[in-house]
Design a protein around this ligand. Structure first.
Ligand SMILES: NC(=O)c1ccc[n+]([C@@H]2O[C@H](COP(=O)([O-])OP(=O)(O)OC[C@H]3O[C@@H](n4cnc5c(N)ncnc54)[C@H](O)[C@@H]3O)[C@@H](O)[C@H]2O)c1
Length: 329
């Protein structure tokens, strides 16, 4: 592990995920952290907890040349413009998912990142979760032969996400940047990670009318992967029962993971369990966020392209934007 203390990280957006990353950065040894948020109460509260500097704007923050990294954790519609501003100052980028809500500015962002030799990673934390990470490892070990089909599912209930706040006023409910496709984009990322690049062939949507918000609450995407495999990706924040799982069929068996069963299973073609990998006892969900930050900082140090890099992020977003086309606008 590189010395995380060498980095100065500006956390842009001190909301739920920004605060989590700020705390985790401290846990992994980043000494210089600063917080930027236009909401004075929020930024001061986190800055006091972290004993760190706080700024109302990124322009003020970038005057501090100890800052080498920007962690973009603001509402989605600000991600790309803030990432471009930070990259133009030579800052490495950790950008929360989804990368953006439109394709605007993505070419500029890619160009500046390349020209300035920056490391850029999208917050694809589910890749670092025990379940999906184990699925990916077993796929790469060839446990089910060649993958032919995947079902990647997430169903949850938006009003339960942030019980202390009114979800109808959150970015999730904003037609410009909300909806289940962008909010639940992790599962699109996982489908591409498991089975490779893909094209969207079909998408059906259900509006979140029952939640009283003008966005899609459920989306079912069909993907055709360049490998010849296909996948169904189900994204919903209208389901009171939380479900998250994947099933991947291959020429020699089936791999499955379920967040509640806490086990990854390999079955042969006749359905016999060949291998069962249990989640480590006491597994803490925050570990995946720590692991993704450690991976990101290690990639800056080594120059290795991170998992969930900008090229992958653009591919994932492109599928999400196609799925959103003609809705919410
Ligand atoms: N990877 C994950 O697990 C995960 C989890 C939650 C959120 N997210 C993503 O992170 C982003 C933020 O989500 P959240 O749940 O923390 O939201 P939040 O509403 O809790 O916090 C957003 C914060 O950004 C601040 N803000 C508003 N405008 C800003 C600006 N121009 N510059 C800087 N800060 C600004 C707000 O004052 C607020 O403090 C979203 O894009 C969301 O999709 C990712």
């Amino acid at each position: 592990m590189p010395d995380a203390g060498n980095h100065g990280v500006l956390v842009i957006g001190a909301g739920s995920i920004g605060a989590r990353h700020a705390r985790n950065l401290r846990t992994i040894g980043v000494k210089h952290i600063a917080i930027c948020d236009p909401d004075a109460e929020r930024r001061i509260s986190i800055a006091q907890e972290m004993s760190c500097d706080d700024y109302a704007t990124i322009e003020q923050a970038f005057k501090d040349d100890r800052i080498t990294v920007a962690a973009v954790c603001s509402p989605t519609k600000f991600h790309v413009s803030q990432a471009i501003a930070a990259a133009a100052q030579g800052k490495h980028l950790f950008i929360e998912k989804p990368l953006s809500h439109t394709a605007d500015g993505l070419d500029d962002l890619q160009r500046i990142v390349k020209e300035n030799h920056l490391t850029c990673m999208i917050g694809c934390n589910m890749r670092f979760h025990f379940g999906p990470a184990t699925v990916k490892r077993l796929l790469e070990e060839g446990k089910i032969g060649t993958p032919t089909y995947a079902e990647v599912y997430t169903g949850s209930y938006l009003p339960d996400w942030r019980p202390k706040t009114d979800y109808r006023r959150s970015y999730s409910a904003d037609p410009a940047q909300g909806g289940a496709i962008l909010d639940c984009i992790h599962e699109i990322d996982l489908a591409l990670w498991y089975l490779g690049e893909a094209k969207l062939t079909e998408c059906s949507l259900r509006q979140a009318d029952s939640l009283g918000i003008p966005v899609e609450g459920t989306a079912d995407l069909k993907l055709h992967h360049a490998s010849g495999a296909s996948s169904n990706v189900h994204l919903s924040f209208m389901e009171k029962e939380y479900k998250r799982y994947c099933i991947i069929k291959g020429t020699e068996g089936t791999l499955s993971w379920d967040i509640h069963k806490k086990t990854v299973e390999v079955q042969d073609t006749s359905g016999q369990v060949q291998e069962s990998v249990p989640e480590p006892a006491g597994y803490d969900i925050n570990q995946m966020y720590i692991d993704e930050l450690q991976h990101f900082l290690a990639c800056i140090a080594s120059g290795v392209v991170p998992m969930g890099n900008l090229t992958e992020g653009v591919r994932v977003l492109s599928i999400a934007l196609q799925a959103r086309k003609n809705i919410n606008h």
